[in-house]
Every structure is written in structure tokens, then in C-alpha cells.
Design a protein around this ligand. Structure first.
Ligand code: NAD
Length: 457
């Protein structure tokens, strides 16, 4: 638990100006990279302990993503920090205008357990690149990864610059947020806790990014390449045993290709994870018993077309495909966040849209189609945080794209340059020369209206 004097030390450290220069920021990014690489093997072991994640999956979705983000930050930091030139309107001529990217101050970053490393460290990269002091609060449910992250951070950063705070979020986060004014809070986790964070931040007018969850729909159109669609959906739905915020939550498949899609999905899932996924190298486990019980409860919400086996002791739930689901079933009303895939047939776009509209503004939206017209129609019809066409989830691994939700799936975005901007204040600066100071700008104003109308038009 952090006490207030520790948080005040971060404020003093920030106010000293030490974190502002380009060279300081770049050195910290390099130190972080070296520390991650030093503990790479320990990270793989920890991610295996917490989620039974293989090193390959861990590299693609955790360590590799973080290293790519770090490389982009180290390479582009100077250009990100450069003030942006801005135009000046006639009213203010001959002034000159620019936008300076100013660090925010002391920021709090709160992470979840499903990608415990990447989802804490990626925003952290943006925060230090932007010149802030940082409090890191990892999830208390991925304990092995938490322990390694603590070493990675504490090996290279003093606590007055980066403070690593462990513990029960419901206790330690309110204690910090209600007694200390952070300059920014970046939160990744459930919508329920997101609302609590938003309220606490509002009390002190602290700006926030909320990276939340929700039900991300996936459309398979009548003209989709079914083989490719099945491979990409199976891969992203069952990766990390479905515990992925951008996993396709459910599939809406056009009635005309439903049978083909179902058969291809079954074949694909079997090929990827075998008949014994619990022993398969590529298949993860549920994080804990609570999540296991919650997701296992969905198995009775429809007809099991594939999978359905569980093993509580191993926290194992087989990749499962469900059909014939009543619209009011919990599996269609809550974020699944596990390896259960409801498949619902549709005939018209309106019919599919009615299902999606029950949970508006999803974090992600996926459409599989070979028609540009349908692609355009779908993209214009479904407001969402981000989208993939003929793919699922991978958009979040491209650091050139902003990643974030809208409405119930969150507010704000990050990755690459967008992270740097999230953790910077855009300060408007106008510089006015003194050699030109016409009387027209000063009282008395009587009789100047016509001229003012000409200047401001
Ligand atoms: P969670 O909301 O339970 O926990 C996230 C963090 O909040 C943890 O660090 C926890 O300690 C802290 N916390 C818990 N209760 C708190 C409270 N009362 N006050 C303050 N802090 C508290 O979320 P989770 O179960 O770890 O993650 C699962 C959810 O996160 C899913 O809904 C998923 O979709 C979402 N998620 C979103 C993204 C994204 O990028 N948008 C990524 C991963 C997960």
C-alpha cells in the first residue's frame, strides 16, 4: 500500500523538472527495455504459472508487443516531443503560434489480470515517454507476473519516479485517489470498476482514460471466405482461453453459410487445440476459480455444438461453440471473457443489427465479407472502438492505430504516438511581437464595429 508521503515524493520529483528533458526520457525507455529483456525468461515462467500461456503466445501478446511499443517510442520520441507549428488568424497577426506537448505530472496506471504484463507496461511506456512520474498498480490476480514486473520496475527506477503499488484494488486505489490528486488516471479493466474509478476521478476533476470491456460482435457474411474466417475467429476467440477484451464475443453468421461455418469451425478448433486441449501446449487456463465458475455457467445457456468439457482442478474449460441460444440467456447479456462462442444465424442486416444494438458501442467490431459494399455498410452501421475487416482482434497489435473504446467500452485511446499524446497536455502558445501595437485593439472602441466585423469574419 502506498502512503501519501510516498505520493508527495513523486510530486516533488516531477516538480524538480528532472523527468522533462529528451535525454532523460530516452534513457528511461532504454533502461526499461534492458530490464524486461533481463527478466524475459522469468516473465515466460510467470505467465505460464498465471495463465498457462506458452512463450510463443506470450511473445506475440505480451513481451513482444511491449518491446515493439518501446522500440517505436525510442525511435520517435524526438519527433513526438517537437512543438507543432500552428497557423495564426488575422485578428492576432503578426503573432506566431505553436502547440507544446507538456508532461501531465504524476499519473496512476491501473492494470487487469488477463494480459497482466502488456496492459500495465504499454501505457507506462507512453507515460514515461511523455515525461511523467508514475504510480503502477497491477492486478492482484496474476500474482506470478506481478512479482516479476515488480523486479523489472524496481531494478531500474527509484520509487520517487516510479512507484509500484501492489494489493487489493478495491482498497489501495480508493486510498490513493481519495487522498491525492493525480494528474491523470489510466485504467484498464471491467466496466463496473471503470465507473467507480470515473466517479473518484470526477471528485477531483482528474482526467481519465478508461479501457473497458463489453461484447464485441463478429459478422460472417454470406460471401465471406469461410475457411479464413473460421481460422481467424478460432484463433482470437480461444487465445488466452478467451480472456481477451477484444475477442469476438459472439458470431452472427448469415443463414446461407451457417452449416458450412459451423462444420469448418469445429474442424479448425480441433486442429488448433486437439481433442485434449487441457494438455495442449497452445491452450491456456482460466485465471482463477471465480472466473472458471462464471464462464462454466454459460455452458448450459445453449446447445453445445463443440466442446463443453471442464476440469475445475485444472481451471480448464474446453473451447466451446454454442447454438440455439435464447436471447435473454446470460451468455448473450454479459461479456463472456472465456472460451465459449455463441453462434447466431441471421437473414437480414436489420436482424443482426438488432442483436448488436442490445449492447451498443462495443470495444471492437469484426466483419468477414468479400464485398466492399457490405464492408462499408457494416462499418457505417455499427459504432465501435475499433474494427477489423476479414480479421479479428489484430488491430490492437498495430501501434500506428489508436486503441480504445467508446461509451460503455471506454473513453480515450493509446498505443504508439497516441499513448504519448494521452499522457501529454497540448499547451497552446502564442507569441506576439512588440514592434506592432495598433491603437485599434484598445479602447475607446466606439465607431470600430465595422472594422472588427471585417477582421473577425
Ligand atoms: P477489474 O476491473 O476487476 O480489475 C482491474 C483493476 O482494477 C485491477 O488492478 C484491480 O485491482 C482494480 N480494482 C478492482 N476493484 C477496484 C475498485 N473497487 N476500485 C478501484 N480499483 C479496483 O478487471 P479485470 O477482471 O482485471 O479485467 C477484466 C475486464 O477488463 C473485462 O471486462 C475486460 O474486457 C476488460 N479489459 C479491457 C481491456 C481494454 O484494453 N479495453 C483490456 C483487458 C481487459
Amino acid at each position: 500500500m502506498a502512503n501519501i508521503s510516498e505520493l508527495e515524493k513523486l510530486r516533488q520529483h516531477f516538480n524538480s523538472g528532472i523527468t522533462r528533458p529528451y535525454n532523460f526520457r530516452k534513457d528511461q525507455l532504454k533502461k526499461l527495455k534492458a530490464s524486461i529483456l533481463k527478466y524475459e525468461q522469468e516473465l515466460y515462467d510467470a505467465l505460464y504459472t498465471d495463465l498457462k500461456k506458452s512463450p510463443e503466445e506470450s511473445w506475440v501478446t505480451e513481451t513482444g508487443m511491449v518491446i515493439a511499443e518501446l522500440n517505436a517510442a525510442i525511435k520517435n520520441l524526438r519527433s513526438w516531443m517537437r512543438p507543432e507549428r500552428a497557423g495564426t488568424n488575422l485578428l492576432n497577426m503578426p503573432s506566431r503560434s505553436r502547440v507544446i506537448k507538456e508532461p501531465l505530472g504524476v499519473v496512476l496506471i491501473i492494470g487487469p489480470w488477463n494480459y497482466p504484463f502488456q496492459l500495465l507496461i504499454n501505457p507506462f511506456i507512453g507515460a514515461i515517454a511523455a515525461g511523467n512520474c508514475v504510480v503502477l498498480k497491477p492486478s492482484e490476480f496474476a500474482l506470478a507476473t506481478d512479482a516479476v514486473m515488480k523486479k523489472i520496475v524496481q531494478d531500474v527506477f527509484p520509487p520517487e519516479y516510479v512507484l509500484y503499488v501492489q494489493g487489493d484494488g478495491a482498497v489501495v486505489v480508493p486510498e490513493m485517489m481519495n487522498n491525492f490528486s493525480f494528474d491523470y488516471v489510466f485504467y484498464t479493466g471491467s466496466t463496473t470498476v471503470g465507473k467507480i474509478i470515473y466517479k473518484m476521478a470526477a471528485e477531483r476533476l482528474v482526467p481519465v482514460t478508461l479501457e473497458l470491456g463489453g461484447k464485441s460482435p463478429c459478422i460472417v457474411e454470406s460471401d465471406a471466405n469461410i475457411k479464413v474466417a473460421a481460422r481467424r475467429i478460432a484463433m482470437t476467440k480461444f487465445s488466452n482461453a478467451g480472456q481477451m477484451c477484444v475477442a469476438p464475443d459472439y458470431v452472427l453468421v448469415h443463414e446461407s453459410v451457417k452449416d458450412n461455418f459451423m462444420a469448418t469451425m469445429k474442424e479448425t478448433v480441433q486442429k488448433f487445440f486437439t481433442d485434449k486441449p487441457e494438455e495442449n501446449y497452445n491452450y491456456c487456463k482460466m485465471i482463477n476459480e471465480r472466473q472458471f465458475n462464471r464462464v462454466a455457467g454459460y455452458l448450459s445457456n445453449g446447445k453445445i455444438v463443440y466442446g463443453g468439457r471442464t476440469d475445475k482442478e485444472k481451471l480448464f474449460i474446453e473451447p466451446t461453440i454454442l447454438s440455439d441460444i435464447p436471447p435473454d440467456a446470460p451468455v448473450m447479456n454479459e461479456e463472456i471473457f472465456g472460451p465459449v462462442l455463441p453462434v447466431i444465424p441471421f437473414n437480414t442486416m436489420e436482424e443482426a443489427k438488432a442483436v448488436i444494438d442490445r449492447h451498443p458501442n462495443p470495444l471492437s467490431f469484426y466483419v468477414y465479407t468479400s464485398s466492399n459494399k457490405k464492408e462499408k455498410e457494416w462499418l457505417e452501421t455499427v459504432p465501435a472502438g475499433g474494427c477489423c475487416v476479414n480479421n479479428s482482434s489484430w488491430h490492437l497489435t498495430n501501434h500506428h492505430l489508436p486503441f480504445g473504446g467508446r461509451g460503455f467500452s471506454g473513453t480515450g485511446n493509446y498505443h504508439g504516438r497516441y499513448s504519448f499524446e494521452t499522457f501529454s497536455h497540448k499547451k497552446a502558445v502564442m507569441k506576439t511581437p512588440t514592434w506592432f501595437d495598433p491603437n485599434i485593439k484598445y479602447p475607446p472602441f466606439k465607431g470600430k464595429l465595422k472594422l472588427f466585423k471585417w477582421v473577425i469574419r
